[in-house]
Design a protein around this ligand. Structure first.
Ligand code: FES
Ligand SMILES: [Fe+2]
Length: 353
């Protein structure tokens, strides 16, 4: 499978890589090892020794040098050999080093043309700047399905009415037409559910009115980064009186059929309430682990390795956002692999120009 390469992918959460950690992670079907140099800065190397192909993640880290665990050749964070116990250091004794950044609690990797990484900012998950730890949580799930199926899942929230009837359901997503708009940074999707039946989870969070005005607004950036804002007020009440929940859903391909699913959450109220923070995080993780993940993994299984479009999915009105995003991602990949001859007119901010 071809993946978009000239963009930043979230590879892990910062806490996953301590001072002595060697974190192996397959990304875009390539093995990568993450670690910290002597100054604590994150580094990422292709996780295969150029000598006899042992995984460098099975080696040892000493003073920021990564030593292969098989015959002891040492590599610097730029991938060049710095120590060869068996002979001279020759230029071919090197591994690929990937541009990496640490930002917003995450480790971001660039797996495309390294010369284009510098000019491209890491995706800005605006909601998560300067958030106290009592109003922030993040997590990770390893999932056995293609990353675009998880993107589809977020971009068609009508599934909540069927798949999550006791929490996020209630029918309001299905009764509301999603508004989809493309812009220079990606795509926006909005469900404004006015004068509707409150979702069951609103009741769990203390919402008592009979009817609600609720909003769910998603910002998508290529290829698979989404931030979601959602809140509600009693019907007819100004939206400014409402509370907002903010969630980032970020899917990084591991292979064609497996995905690293990262999520983070915050809110704009009761920022010091740790108990509330823990409860919201546990509820969200439970919904996704028990309901979304198994369904999407079954979807993948039933597709039996066939391409999504080749199966000719019967599309519904609610698929508008997901279909537009798939077409956009396909066009970006095509433009990248075809020397950008037919690059789309506007590109997400995450992409190098
Ligand atoms: S395989 Fe790495 S040093 Fe030999
Ligand atoms: Fe869901």
């Amino acid at each position: 499978m071809t993946f978009l390469r000239n963009c930043w992918y979230l590879a892990g959460w910062s806490r996953e890589v301590g001072p002595d950690t060697l974190l192996p992670r397959r990304l875009l079907d390539e093995p990568v090892v993450f670690y910290r140099n002597a100054d604590g800065n994150i580094a990422a190397l292709h996780d295969r020794c150029p000598h006899r192909f042992a995984p460098l993640s099975s080696g040892k880290l000493a003073d920021g040098t990564l030593y292969c665990g098989y015959h002891g050749i040492g590599f610097g964070t730029d991938g060049q050999c710095v120590e060869n116990p068996h002979g001279p250091i020759v230029r071919s004794l090197c591994v690929q080093a990937y541009p990496v950044r640490e930002s917003q609690h995450g480790i971001w990797i660039w797996m495309g043309d390294p010369d284009r990484a510098e000019a491209t900012p890491v995706p800005d998950l605006q909601h998560f700047h300067d958030v106290p730890e009592t109003a922030y949580s993040n997590g990770y799930l390893h999932c056995a399905a293609n990353y675009m199926l998880f993107v589809d899942n977020i971009l068609d929230l009508t599934h909540a009415d069927t798949l999550h009837p006791d929490t996020l359901g209630g029918g309001s997503y299905t009764r509301t037409k999603v508004k989809v708009s493309e812009h220079d940074k990606g795509m926006s999707l909005q469900w404004h559910c006015w004068d509707e039946v409150p979702q069951p989870n609103m009741r769990l969070n203390g919402f008592t009115a009979d009817t609600a005005d609720s909003w769910t607004e998603i910002e998508w950036q290529a290829p698979s980064i989404m931030t979601l804002r959602n809140g509600a007020v009693p019907a007819g009440t100004p939206r400014e009186d409402g509370k907002n929940f903010l969630v980032a859903h970020i899917m990084t391909p591991e292979t064609e059929t497996t995905t690293h699913y990262f999520f983070a959450a915050t809110r704009d109220f009761e920022l010091a309430n740790r108990e509330l923070n823990d409860r919201i995080a546990a509820t969200r993780a439970s919904i996704f682990t028990r309901e979304d993940k198994p369904m999407i993994e079954l979807q993948q299984e039933r597709m039996q390795g066939q391409d999504f479009w080749s199966l000719k999915p019967v599309l519904l009105r609610s698929d508008e956002g997901a279909v537009k995003v798939r077409r956009k991602v396909d066009a970006l990949i095509h433009a990248e692999t075809a020397g950008r001859k037919d690059a789309p007119q506007s590109e997400p901010a995450n992409l190098a120009s």
